[in-house]
Design a protein. Sequence first.
Length: 319
Amino acid sequence: DWTMAAFREQAVEEIRRKVGDGKVICGLSGGVDSSVAAVLIHEAIGDQLTCIFVDHGLLRMNEAEEVVTMFRDHYNIPLVHVEAQHLFLDALEGELDPEVKRKTIGRLFVETFEAEAKKLGGADFLAQGTLYPDVIESVSFTGGPSVTIKSHHNVGGLPERMNMQLVEPLRELFKDEVRILGKELGLPEHFIGRQPFPGPGLAIRCPGGITREKLRILREADAIYLDEIRKAGLYDAIWQAFAVLLPVQTVGVMGDGRTYEFVCALRAVTSVDGMTADFYPFDMDFLGQAATRIINEVKGINRVVYDVTSKPPGTIEWE
Ligand code: XMP
């Protein structure tokens, strides 16, 4: 009789047996998979686990604080919060090519992670939230939060470079099972139900070159959009919803003045696995309300458009 409680117990045993009194480090992305893996491993070996959270400056509003607060204060898991925003944003300055952005972010992530691990005196094991679909599929992105880890895999070969053994307690689980396990471990419901978020973060939602000011604008617009989606009770019906800041300025009118500001595109899709997707058919009233709020509340945006492209032929992200 296979239940998640039994899985949890067995996984804890296995982690203990494998790790012994060794040290484990785990890279937290803020996604569900690495979070569940970390909490499970912490249950097994306590403070032999240290988490490393690399803040690349490309996260959404309040995201870094939420992750740090949850792990450090709520779960009492030793956590290194690496404030690497300047490193990443300086390196990305002026870069327009999406793949170069990804590679730059991946490379810096690996270098930063490695340096932090060294500061901790190294470790014997590297923990990852690899899922069963990641194990059987060699395709690059399946669409779940686990893609973060894969992307870093592709780029880094982190375990080989660092001469560490892997601990991957979720290797036999599917996404929905990870969510059940997360619930079993007491992770908050809203956290477990989070939509996927790509490893390169807002960098690939800011086509045409990233600046700190553009990231500020994008973050604010995105937060309002998601707030409206939650208030309308639509969050769980949507696979991913996010704002994209276009590198285009348009003329508008506000009061009796002319404005010349950026265009924000809103994206929302339904999907099963991220491989194909349909655009979400919002009510026009919903879109109008979200657009009005974004334009009124975000300095730097004076026009909002909705993306009605499905995948294929579009991709979910714009870059
Ligand atoms: P696309 O845009 O290819 O996205 O339709 C499919 C899913 O993958 C995510 N995505 C990424 N995830 N690193 C990641 O970790 C990336 O470079 C990346 N690019 C896209 C995207 O958010 C969607 O869930």
